[in-house]
Design a protein around this ligand. Structure first.
Ligand code: PAF
Length: 282
């Protein structure tokens, strides 16, 4: 596995080491890799000749300084996991490498895609995320880029970015991966204590029960029930919403269209997100 830290090293490596015309799959991450990331790397390895994984804790997408400071950084084990997944190249740039001297975001206003849910609760988060994804796609110019559905809203915004800017890359959505307990895999889970992990299970359990309750109750009643479950378990809820999976507008009555339940809540000072597909086909 190659390790590069400068953007200009990638075209040199691509041309010098890999066969011309080799397809490139890209897995952008902020490190603290877990088995969810491993499935993205493995899928990229299966579908491309070369897989590049970036590890970059992007400062502009953190709307709270303490969240950035506490974000787990586990480079040695990240390298081991990427190697296990047979990743070919790790791109590990510095902040100066990606931003120069102006650590700033572009404004990404995609209407309800960017201003609801995560966008409403984490001001500036999606601006920073879109800024860095744009820069990374430009630096790596992959054929395909892999993103997990745990960050479902992020994934939709990235698809929209690629559409609007006509970027020559295929965005590949990958299933949300859960621990056997049901907890959605997240880099932030390492910050949970034993009790926090148990409390956090309320999120996946509530989503699963809500999925079973679709059509049996109105969307408003189902949302109220889920909200009660989460609050009663002691989590601090940012939002629990039943939305159209394409527009992120709230669902007021059940219809034959793609729908998701999305949730964000705090456990032991750790912010967790999760979601469930409740489309009629799901
Ligand atoms: O999902 C993440 O880990 C990050 O938001 C991403 C896409 C790597 C951009 O920093």
């Amino acid at each position: 596995m190659y390790l590069i830290t400068n953007q200009q090293d990638w075209p040199l490596l691509r041309a010098g080491v890999f066969p011309s015309g080799a397809t490139v799959g890209f897995v952008p991450t902020m490190g603290a890799l877990h088995d969810g990331h491993l499935t993205l790397i493995e899928r990229s390895v299966r579908e491309n000749d070369v897989t590049v994984c970036s590890i970059f804790v992007n400062p502009t997408q953190f709307n709270e300084a303490s969240d950035l400071a506490n974000y787990p950084r586990t480079l040695p084990s990240d390298m081991d996991l990427a190697e296990k997944g047979r990743c070919n190249v790790i791109f590990l740039p510095s902040v100066a490498e990606m931003y120069g001297t102006h650590v700033e975001s572009i404004v990404a206003d995609y209407g309800t895609l960017t201003n609801t849910l995560e966008g409403a609760h984490r001001p500036g988060h999606f601006d920073g995320m879109v800024t860095i994804v744009r820069k990374l796609l430009e630096a790596i110019s992959p054929n395909r880029a892999y993103f997990g559905e745990k960050d479902f809203q992020q994934l939709s915004i990235i698809k929209e970015l690629v559409n609007r800017e006509n970027l020559p890359v295929e965005i590949v959505p990958c299933d949300l991966i859960r621990e056997t307990s049901g907890l959605a895999m997240s880099s932030r889970n390492v910050r949970l204590g034993e009790q926090g992990r148990k409390t956090a299970l309320t999120l996946s359990a509530t989503l699963s029960a809500m999925r079973d309750g679709v059509l049996k109750d109105t969307p408003a009643a189902l949302k109220a029930w889920g909200t009660n479950q989460i609050v009663a378990a002691g989590l601090r809820l940012d939002y629990l919403e039943i939305v159209d999976a394409n527009t992120f507008e709230p669902i007021e009555k059940w219809e034959n269209r793609e729908m998701r339940i999305l949730v964000a809540a705090w456990v032991e000072g750790v912010r967790l997100i999760d979601n469930a597909d409740i489309s009629p086909k799901a």
